[in-house]
Design a protein around this ligand. Structure first.
Ligand code: C2E
Ligand code: MG
Ligand code: MG
Length: 452
């Protein structure tokens, strides 16, 4: 896989070729006709999606908005005259072409980006049509590859939407994709059988010295592969839509476990991670409301800001529905993805979780403490409590405490553990020994930070 995004191994399209002009050589790379198809090595598919469609529809009215895609297709054809451009929906066009060189895809995307930087004359008014590009490249052509090409381009578009940068992926045939497809099939079964299980990780309230909530983290005990961690199967579940069943299972299991905890005298809110795709799913929202209202469970949902940016209108509306029935909304991984103060202000969130990226290096980095400190102040100004995740050392806990962080979560307190172990952990009040006197080693630092 090759991505033009902000992840480590990637680079943005604009870094690949100069913007905005397409040189004659570059144009030759792109301009290869369908007649050459059999002899040509690379096949490409770009999905171009109008990002600001709903805004334009509001401005132009439905009828004119539904025609925008024709304007988009026309501009694409002007840039890539030999590509096959198909209108695939009211806000998406498919652009298919071939070339001998893999570089042709980068060149094409760069040229398209430059073309869409220019506004459109729509009935005498100038409007910007913002387009996101998700692309796939396949080195070998065969009927099965076409399916992979479309699937890979769709995945790239999903990434492009959330990362707000053109993303291109290579179709990898063979072991990896077969493996992924197999894992997706296995996961559907795993949700119905007893292969999934939950572990819980407590959050400690520093001032109150108590555990008031835990986070549920899903695990998969695969029949032949052993333990599979969420980072390996959540993205697959999101693609296959199994995420709906998986999350409903997680909620039901958490509600059941919460009752068990209560029977042992522990009244804890359970936080569940909710994938972004679910925030726009009305059926899912209805089912969750029914589950929570009939059980009276005390739940919290952890969502990332990136998941809101994808479809802010529905996400914010549905988060308000959740908040209205008493579900506490927490913003997860704050600082790791795209952050927008505009959305942050609109979200009905009561907790903000600072990503472990900033916390694990807290005492060895110069800049992370400044970022963490200002994030804590920002969250407090927005009347949110702050959770630092990834707290691994006493020193980090002490520093967070003097910075005014409300809660901590991390290996220092406890790794994610099974329900039985959690019940023992709570009964022994193990967190007290660890979290007590959190500020002690940093009395001197405290004065520095408070002055700053
Ligand atoms: P997350 O929600 O940010 O969860 C925190 C992750 O950090 C967990 O990884 C946890 O085990 C790990 N962690 C906790 N404390 C520490 C620490 O002190 N140091 C370090 N280095 N790591 C720590 P895990 O369980 O592998 O989960 C990874 C991600 O998978 C989660 O990130 C969450 O986004 C996702 N996930 C987990 N369960 C679910 C679920 O039921 N549904 C969905 N949609 N996503 C889930
Ligand atoms: Mg989380
Ligand atoms: Mg997190």
């Amino acid at each position: 896989m090759r991505e033009f995004s902000h992840s480590h191994s990637s680079r943005s399209v604009s870094q690949v070729a100069a913007k905005p002009a397409v040189s004659a050589v570059q144009a030759d790379l792109v301009r290869v006709g369908p007649h050459l198809r059999c002899a040509i090595g690379w096949q490409f598919l770009i999905l171009a999606e109008i990002e600001n469609f709903s805004v334009l529809r509001r401005h132009l009215g439905r009828c004119r908005a539904d025609m925008l895609i024709i304007d988009v297709a026309a501009r694409v054809s002007a840039v890539l005259p030999d590509a096959r451009v198909i209108v695939a929906g009211r806000d998406v066009v498919e652009i298919a072409f071939e070339s001998e060189a893999r570089l042709a895809l980068d060149v094409a995307i760069t040229a398209l980006e430059a073309a869409f930087d220019l506004p459109f004359d729509i009935d005498g008014e100038w409007h910007g049509i913002h387009v996101q590009f998700g692309a796939a490249a396949a080195g070998a052509i065969g009927e099965r590859d076409e399916v992979h090409l479309i699937e890979e381009a769709e995945r790239a578009l999903i990434d492009a939407r959330s990362e707000r940068v053109a993303v291109a992926r290579d179709v990898v045939l063979g072991a990896a994709s077969v493996d992924r497809a197999q894992l997706a099939r296995d996961l559907t079964i795993a949700i119905e059988t007893e292969e999934l299980f939950l572990q819980y990780q407590p959050k400690v309230h520093l001032r109150r010295q108590e555990i008031t909530s835990v986070e549920a983290l899903v695990r998969w005990k695969h029949g032949t592969r052993g333990l599979v961690l969420p980072s390996d199967f959540i993205p697959i579940a999101e693609e296959s839509r199994d995420i709906v069943a998986l999350t409903l299972w997680t909620i039901e299991r958490s509600i059941r476990d919460q009752k068990t905890l209560l029977e042992h005298g522990h009244d804890l809110r359970i936080f569940i991670n909710i994938a972004g795709v679910l925030l726009a799913d009305t059926r899912f929202v209805r089912k969750v409301c029914a589950l929570v209202q009939t059980s009276g469970a005390r739940l919290g949902f952890e969502i990332t800001e990136t998941s809101v940016i994808r479809d802010p209108e529905s996400a914010i509306a549905n988060l308000n529905v959740f908040a209205d029935i008493g579900i506490v909304i927490a913003i997860d991984d704050y600082g790791a993805g795209l952050s927008s103060l505009a959305y942050l202000k609109q979200l009905p969130a009561r907790e903000l979780k600072i990503d472990k990226l900033f916390v694990t290096q807290l005492t060895s980095s110069n800049r992370d403490p400044l970022i963490v400190r200002s994030t804590i102040d920002l969250a407090h100004a927005l009347e949110m409590e702050v959770v630092a995740e990834g707290v691994e050392t006493q020193a980090a806990m002490a520093l967070l405490s003097v910075m005014g962080c409300d809660m901590i979560q991390g290996f220092l307190i406890s790794r994610p553990i099974n329900l039985d172990a959690l019940i023992h952990f709570l009964a022994d009040e193990k967190h007290l020994a660890i979290a007590a006197d959190a500020r002690a080693p940093f009395n001197r630092l405290a004065t520095v930070w408070k002055r700053g």
